[in-house]
Design a protein around this ligand. Structure first.
Ligand SMILES: [Zn+2]
Length: 223
């Protein structure tokens, strides 16, 4: 089995059974990770600091060109935490631009903001894929998002049997999802087991599905 952890804050100890995108958040430097572990870099809405927004954006622009950085983010909107929405929106839109100019997909943190992010995608028509990480919406919301070409990444909420995340994961088309541990200490293998159970398929089938999705977004960076 080769697991792909789409979004984590902790590099895996052994790269062999696991491919991961480690989320590095400005103004922190890039984490040192061995080849095979990939990074995303961006400004998390929680950590937007008014005083040095320009510096933060410049830092993202620079590090976005690093070869190990394969995605921009996590960027996004959080209606429960962080600065005022207009500031969050401004920083998010600047990162949409960075994602487009560097041609790297955008990993999105969205709390109570899926509708707004959906309409931003409709309005801006970006060419890069957008992936909402830690998705915990209802199946109807999932459907609206995938209609606009979003990808969704599911985290440990799928362990709760009647959670919105578990119900959405059950119904989402195979070519639209990933799994992630985010900042929890859950193992990615446990997430694969649980997701396979929810979808009624084997973990091998799931491995193939997620690998195909990963290749669609990032080309042949994995063997
Ligand atoms: Zn995260």
């Amino acid at each position: 089995m080769r697991y792909i952890n789409f979004h984590t804050h902790y590099p895996p100890a052994d790269t062999k059974p696991e491919i991961a995108i480690v989320s590095c958040v400005a103004p922190e430097p890039l984490q040192q990770c061995p080849p095979g572990i990939w990074l995303s870099y961006g400004i998390h809405p929680w950590y937007i600091l008014h005083s040095n927004m320009t510096n933060l954006i410049e830092k993202v622009k620079t590090l976005a060109h690093n070869q190990q950085v394969i995605a921009i983010g996590e960027a996004g909107l959080d209606k429960l935490r962080g600065p005022a929405m207009d500031i969050q929106r401004q920083i998010f839109c600047q990162q949409i631009d960075i994602s487009e100019t560097t041609q790297k997909p955008l990993i999105i943190h969205s709390v109570k903001a899926n509708n707004e992010i959906l309409s931003l995608r409709k309005k801006r028509k970006p060419l890069q894929p957008w992936i909402i990480h830690g998705f915990n919406g209802l199946p109807q919301e999932m459907e609206q998002l995938i209609k606009e070409d979003f990808y969704l990444s599911f985290g440990p909420r799928i362990f709760y049997s009647d959670s919105k995340a578990a119900n959405s994961l059950k119904a989402i088309p195979s070519d639209r999802f990933f799994l992630e541990t985010d900042h929890t200490n859950k193992s990615i293998s446990a997430l694969y087991l649980r997701a396979a159970e929810i979808r009624g398929i084997s973990t091998q089938e799931l491995e193939e599905i997620i690998e195909n999705n990963f290749r669609r977004l990032f080309g042949n960076i994995i063997e």
